[in-house]
Design a protein around this ligand. Structure first.
Ligand code: IPM
Ligand code: MG
Length: 368
């Protein structure tokens, strides 16, 4: 067998259920190495609370440089109650924010897809969500998450004042909107841009600049503007009206959780955080399941590895130009769901409940 492709993938399992779901991802990468003439070099490193325990820092420089050198980073999850009391700079979430910011991963793609096998898992009526397929594009390196000034300072009368700053520049808006328009062209050709232009200047700028980019470069894509609070409401009322949603960092954080939960199965949804392409066409990227670290069920072998496995599939597609392999993996996941295999989080009457590892093995069996 001729080995033709050599790619470096960094696995950052993190905290809670992160390590167990990433273990299943690793099994699948190894399967691809062995059976599909691929030669992925897998590296693994500590991040989040796990890194803090060992190095007193949520991410070391060494791990950060490893991420810089990898073609794709796949992260499990970070955080847990154990580290809640730590100061901001030491908290597990800082690792995530540092990777996003310093790798310049400004476009966060969060699909909310309702798997046909799981229509009944949603708290919404089946007719509202069956066939749902939304792509949320969340700006990830700007806005109130990173704006300056920020901080907590004492003021008169023993009171304190907390400040965060929300800013966006034309370029920051254009580069993420461009990603949304490009995606829409391959989908239903519609972008909904969300902000609060009725109360925020930065929201007004967002609206004007998204429109300007559309008029200049994407005349064939339909663009709608929607206030973010209305979008939250419309997602519950009639989610299938949306194709691609583009929005800022904070609104994207909130709307993507809402959209994900519409599908009833947080354990199934992956995400991709992408940077700009360099002159060789290479792009930095990090992939992660959208569920969190779920410390309450960690270590019990009951978590759902599918969101992480589909994050690998996104990595194959967006970073490694391996669409055929990504299709194969997506199909394998569909088949195990068709067979009625379910981890506890998506279990329903008449289905077969399986563990994390059995789910991973079943997906590998379908790849064959
Ligand atoms: C997310 C998470 C993070 C965020 C946290 C863990 C910092 O909620 O990826 O959506 O707020 O961006
Ligand atoms: Mg969030």
């Amino acid at each position: 067998m001729i080995k033709i492709k050599k790619r470096k993938i960094l696995l950052l399992p993190g905290d809670g259920i992160g390590p167990e779901v990433i273990f299943e991802v690793k099994k699948i990468i190894e399967w691809f190495n062995k059976n599909k003439s691929l030669d992925f070099e897998i590296e693994e490193a500590l991040v989040g609370g796990a890194s803090f325990e060992k190095y007193k820092s949520p991410i070391t420089d060494e791990v950060f440089y490893k991420a810089l050198e990898s073609e794709a980073v796949i992260l499990g999850a970070v955080g847990g109650p154990k580290w809640d009391g730590l100061e901001f700079s030491k908290r597990p979430e800082r690792a995530l924010l540092k990777l996003r910011k310093e790798l310049k991963l400004f476009a966060n793609l969060r699909p909310a897809i309702c798997f046909k096998q799981l229509v009944d898992a949603s708290s919404l009526k089946p007719e509202i969500i069956s066939g749902l397929d939304i792509m949320i594009v969340r700006e990830l390196t700007g806005g109130i998450y990173f704006g300056e000034p920020r901080g907590i300072v004492p003021i008169e009368n023993g009171e304190r004042k907390g400040t965060n700053t929300h800013t966006y520049t034309t370029n920051e808006i254009h580069r993420v909107a461009r990603v949304a328009f490009e995606l829409a062209k391959k989908r239903k050709n519609t972008v909904t841009s969300c902000e609060k232009s009725n109360v925020m200047e930065a929201g007004m700028l967002w609206r004007e600049e998204v429109q300007a980019l559309r008029d200049k470069e994407f005349k064939k894509v339909e663009l709608k503007h929607m206030l973010a609070d209305n979008c939250a409401m419309q997602l519950l009322r009639e989610p299938k009206q949306f194709d691609v949603i583009v929005t800022d960092n904070l609104f994207g954080d909130i709307l993507s959780d809402e959209a994900a939960m519409l599908t009833g199965s947080l354990g199934l949804l992956p995400s991709a955080s992408l940077g700009a392409k360099d002159k060789n066409g290479k792009m930095r990227a990090m992939y992660e399941p959208i569920h969190g670290s779920a410390p309450d069920i960690a270590g019990k072998n009951i978590s759902n590895p599918i969101a992480s496995i589909l994050s690998l599939s996104m990595a194959l597609r967006y970073s490694l130009e391996l669409d055929v392999e990504a299709d194969l993996l997506d199909a394998a996941v569909q088949q195990v769901l068709d067979d009625g295999l379910r981890t506890k989080d998506i279990m329903s009457v008449g289905k077969k409940e399986v563990s994390t590892t059995v789910m991973g093995d079943a997906i590998i069996a379908k790849l064959k």
